[in-house]
Design a protein around this ligand. Structure first.
Ligand SMILES: [Fe+2]
Length: 253
């Protein structure tokens, strides 16, 4: 697969998870919260979706307590991230977890693009399913071409609402088939969302954002989404390291 071309053409791509060790640890951490050794896509058999929020928060806490979770998460698709972003990479300061149980009417997130809610257009979301994601238990995405049409229509639908806008374009929505062991990488500018899970399997996925250390800071959201609070440096290229050390007068490189 040509990672760069795929991203440039569509704005998203699915790659193989490069780190079984990372995936296993992420799954195990979540399994421990649900006190289950079974596949995570069956947790709805023992838990009600109405109680799921407290478990979700617990998972969130434990996932973010994993030692060196940043590198662990990055390792899953480092080849793709290096070729899409470069060698100077920032990571979001928290991992996030989504749980979509069958028939849960409370966890759907309608049509949106992350950039419209203040995320950087210079970032990608790395989305890791902990169980196979397919059909309505997965997320849908609109590729670059359709997302551009939706942006053009935003003003017209301002008062009609995003649900109506989704209905207009839903025949182009791609419900992504992302197996456990694969990773979805997509631009924050693409429109995406999910609907009620009508399958018989729960979907759990972790997401985290990456961008270049040198990506411009957003003017509209200076503190909330800025480097240092929302992101932190993860990988620094040899040349940037050199530059950071360089001093002139007291010759310190
Ligand atoms: Fe989103």
């Amino acid at each position: 697969m040509n990672i760069k071309k795929n991203f440039e053409n569509e704005g998203f791509l699915i790659v193989k998870n490069e780190s079984k060790e990372s995936l296993d640890l992420l799954c195990k951490t979540v399994q421990n919260i649900f006190k289950s050794n079974k596949d995570l896509d069956k947790i709805h058999l023992n838990f009600d979706y109405k109680d799921i929020n407290k478990y979700r928060l617990n998972c969130f806490k434990k996932l973010n307590q994993i030692r060196n979770w940043e590198n662990l998460y990055f390792k899953q698709c480092e080849k793709a991230l290096y070729s899409l972003i470069g060698l100077d990479i920032s990571i979001q300061t928290k991992l996030n977890l989504s749980i979509q149980m069958p028939k849960d009417t409370t966890s759907s997130l309608g049509l949106h693009s992350d950039t419209l809610s203040g995320q950087s257009e210079y970032e990608v979301v790395v989305w890791t399913p902990l169980a196979d994601a397919f059909e309505s238990n997965s997320m849908y995405i609109f590729d670059k071409k359709v997302s551009k049409l939706i942006y053009q229509d935003l003003n017209k639908f301002e008062f009609k609402g995003m649900d109506k806008l989704y209905n207009k374009y839903k025949k182009h929505a791609k419900f992504l088939n992302v197996k456990k062991g694969e990773i979805l990488i997509f631009s924050s500018s693409l429109f995406h969302g999910n609907i009620i899970n009508r399958t018989k399997k729960t979907r759990l996925s972790i997401n985290c954002r990456f961008k270049s250390i040198f990506a411009p800071e957003l003017e509209d959201f200076p503190t909330e989404r800025s480097s240092g609070s929302f992101y932190k440096p993860l990988k620094i290229s040899p040349v940037t390291k050199w530059g950071l050390k360089y001093k002139y007068n007291n010759i310190k490189f």
